[in-house]
Design a binder for this molecule. Sequence first.
Ligand code: GLY
Length: 378
Amino acid sequence: MANEWDWLEQEKNRVIQELEKNKEVFYDTVPGPVSKDGMYEQNSNNYWTSSFWVGMLFLAKEAKRDSSFDDVIAVQMQSFQNRLERNIELDTHDIGFLYILSAIADYKVNGHEESKELAVRAADLLMQRYNEKAGIIQAWGNLNDIKESGRMIIDCLMNLPLLYFASSVTGDDRYRIAATRHAKQTQRYIIRDNATTYHTYFFDRETGDALRGETAQGYSNDSCWARGQAWGIYGFTLSYLYTGDASFLESAIQIADYFISQLPSDSVVYWDLIFNDGSPQERDSSAAAIAACGLLELARQLPLSYPKREVYEKSAVKMVKSLAENYTSKEQSQSNGLLLHGVYDKNSNKGVDECTIWGDYFYVESLVRLTTAWYKYW
Ligand code: GLY
């Protein structure tokens, strides 16, 4: 008998079939960060986005409950071992994204001890980016880069679970202390009084003094970049989960409320939240997918009696349904991506109205979250 959730199960199964096809192509390579006219090209494992592919393979394995993805996962894991050993393009805080969705996922799903050790070594590298004076993790560039060395960005909240994980498995508190301080600085300086967020914030690298907020990928310095706000919902919820500091939960709630207040009629946000229904600007489907996962995690952390818990769950389901109905590549033979209509960086005209590999990942995560008793890699 049909029920109201059939679409979800069908969509999850369809997406797994797509991943089964794609794993033949991207067996020992990874899809690029964004598609070109809907098609991902094969890349080597040398960019901040490389782990979203293996993350999707882990999700597919868990959803399918069989071993059909094991071979490709093993090949991909070898590549992440190699990347860390050779320090390939790791001058980035996204060591977090890279090793959470590879090493931590592999440890949690397959129990491989060598992946636990890999994650701790990756956390050690990430710790080198921690500026003790400012209490922040440098987002971009190498450590001698004068301009970048005092900059933190909201996205980094999603990289912190690598540090929380390292403390929990080693018993060494240094990682957790750095992560918590970074999250506190993000809370203090990146969130504005009206619960919108700056994308990035500068500190004086020598004195640690807070300087100014500035956008990189948003419309303007005082607008609210949609994906940044989505990273904030998910990221502050995770910092709450690992520290028990209720102020992080409060921040996630405020940021979520603002995000929900800016939803257009089909629940898929424009790339910056200053745009809404009627604007000729592009949507960012990836921001919707990330926000859906963040809202589902936020709802999971809230007590049943919390008045807005249901609002968060229902908003998340609405976003995922809208993505499933109108934003996937299913009617398009000319695409090997899952989610169309994402934006990487409008300001530099990169990946505008294309599939994004992180959008695909979080779309699959949202489907798996809504259909199985999945527990996070984050
Ligand atoms: N973390 C980089 C981005 O969201 O584009």
